[in-house]
Design a protein around this ligand. Structure first.
Ligand code: 6PG
Length: 475
């Protein structure tokens, strides 16, 4: 009999099933298009002996030892509801559905209610790490009740990535907590990727560097404080040649970015929670702008392309590259500070009690944003318990102090030359706000009071609801 079932043999599902089989679990597998099951089994090699192919959901249910856990790995959105209902029809009370896709956490909260009412356990499980991760160890963010988690904890820890032997999987909290944490992971992923792309823009358009030269720079950065999966693969992408033309692959790839929704959701949730996540928002918007190619091409014709050469505005080549590396580090600190602030606020609002130190820990390996930087964050969270804002604690405060000037120089150099740098510029603005004791919002408050009698607080008296001396005439 199988220990667990898995429905949805796409790239992620197939690899997750193989991962579980490799760790010694017997997995019953099913896919709606049944020809995929045959192909999957043919390619499973020796692991096939721990995989039970099932042509129908009924067969799948019959193949698993009750109470049955069944992983659903289908496209996020309505397919989860459709497949979930289909599977549930063949399951018994006490069985468990585990949605391992990139679900919107609001959907997960709804599904938990719906399936719990029918007597099932429903787990929303965020899985990060792409194809490789799914196969050999992803980072796994679980939303479940304690008893449900206990039932599947061992298998989830077994299949997860390990950092210094510690599993990169954990219970985040109940219902939608796991999918929420995964959503914010992706928001940070968008920010990280966009900031790297902006620095690439300075190197390509500002400095006229070749992809090969840039690949070397990223490889070098990957030995320092920026060491991370995203920096590593950036170097590899820049270094690759197109087999058809022999040209650098990156030059052939069309400059319009896709997105499936998680980055956008993280920006929406941040807005809903009232937490400024401007670097993440800028990264989402930048993808949107990249996708508006016709608009950009028309604009380039109309306004003329910017003369983007920055020459030695940032110093000689070595100094310039140092400045770029430091700008990225400063931007990264701001972006992660925002992401963690969103998690912290959501935890409060939803009563999730999210274990933020653990979040940082399980992001150290397996996931797309894995990096030594997350090890730094995890150490700070473990040491300090609760953190108001990442920028305000060591070592990040010290690093910001040391890198802020270069972030400012890089952003200024880019902006002066018409190189768009929305994410880094927003990181800088966030930092500047963070150290501005007196903002200009006194004027906004005056305006609000002028046109809407919204009232304001005074600097010299306690209380609220004060009004200015403006005449409140008609209009
Ligand atoms: C991961 C990735 C993964 C995927 C997303 C992002 O953590 O493994 O984030 O979930 O790549 O689908 O995709 P988009 O860039 O298409 O939004």
């Amino acid at each position: 009999m199988a220990d667990i079932g898995l429905v949805g043999l796409g790239v992620m599902g197939s690899n997750l099933a193989l991962n579980m089989a490799e760790k010694g679990y017997t997995v019953a597998v099913h896919n709606r298009t049944t020809s995929k099951i045959d192909t999957f089994m043919q390619n499973a090699g020796p692991l096939a002996e721990r995989l039970v192919p099932c042509k129908t959901v009924g067969e799948l249910a019959a193949a698993i030892t009750p109470p049955r856990p069944v992983v659903i790995m289908v496209k996020a959105g309505s397919p989860v509801d459709e497949e979930g209902a289909k599977i549930a029809a063949d399951l018994a009370r006490g069985d468990m559905l585990i949605d391992a896709g990139n679900a919107n956490f609001h959907d997960t909260q709804r599904r938990v209610k719906e399936f719990t009412a029918q007597g099932f356990d429903f787990i929303g499980m965020g899985v990060s790490g792409g194809e490789e991760g799914a196969r050999h160890g992803p980072s796994i963010m679980v939303g479940a009740s304690e008893p449900a988690w206990k039932r599947v904890e061992k298998i989830i820890l077994d299949i997860s990535a390990k950092f210094d032997g510690e599993p990169c999987a954990a219970l985040m909290g109940p219902d939608g907590a796991g999918h929420f944490v995964k959503t914010i992971h992706n928001g940070i992923e968008y920010a990280d990727m966009q900031m790297i792309a902006e620095v690439y823009g300075i190197m390509r358009d500002g400095l006229g560097m070749s992809p090969e030269e840039m690949a070397d720079v990223f490889a070098k950065w990957n030995e320092g404080r920026l060491k991370s999966y995203l920096i590593e693969i950036t170097g590899k992408v820049l270094e690759a040649k197109d087999p058809d033309t022999g040209k650098p692959m990156v030059e052939i790839i069309l400059d319009t970015a896709g997105q499936k929704g998680t980055g956008r959701w993280s920006a929406i949730e941040a807005q809903d929670l009232g937490v400024p996540a401007t670097v993440i928002e800028a990264a989402v918007a930048a993808r949107g702008l990249s996708a508006q190619r016709e608009f950009r091409l028309a604009g380039e014709k109309l306004f003329g392309a910017a003369d983007t050469a920055i020459g030695d505005a940032l110093g000689d080549r070595a100094t310039t590259l140092d400045a770029l590396e430091q700008a990225l580090l400063a931007g990264k600190i701001a972006a992660y500070a925002q992401g963690f602030a969103v998690l912290s606020k959501a935890s409060e609002e939803q009563n999730w009690n999210l274990p933020l130190a653990t979040v940082a820990k399980i992001w150290r390996a397996g996931c797309i944003i894995r990096s030594v930087f997350l090890d730094d964050i995890s150490r700070s969270y473990s040491a300090s318990g609760s953190i108001e804002n990442l920028m305000m604690i060591e070592p990040f405060t010290g690093w910001l102090k040391a890198t802020e000037a270069n972030l400012r120089k890089v952003v200024s150099a880019g902006l002066l030359k018409g190189i768009p740098m929305p994410a880094l510029a927003n990181a800088l603005a966030y930092f500047d706000y963070a150290r501005t004791g007196r903002t200009t919002a006194n004027l906004l408050q005056g305006q609000r009071d002028f046109f809407g009698a919204h009232g304001f607080e005074r600097t010299d008296k306690d209380g609220e609801g004060f009004h200015g001396p403006w005449a409140m005439g008609p209009g």
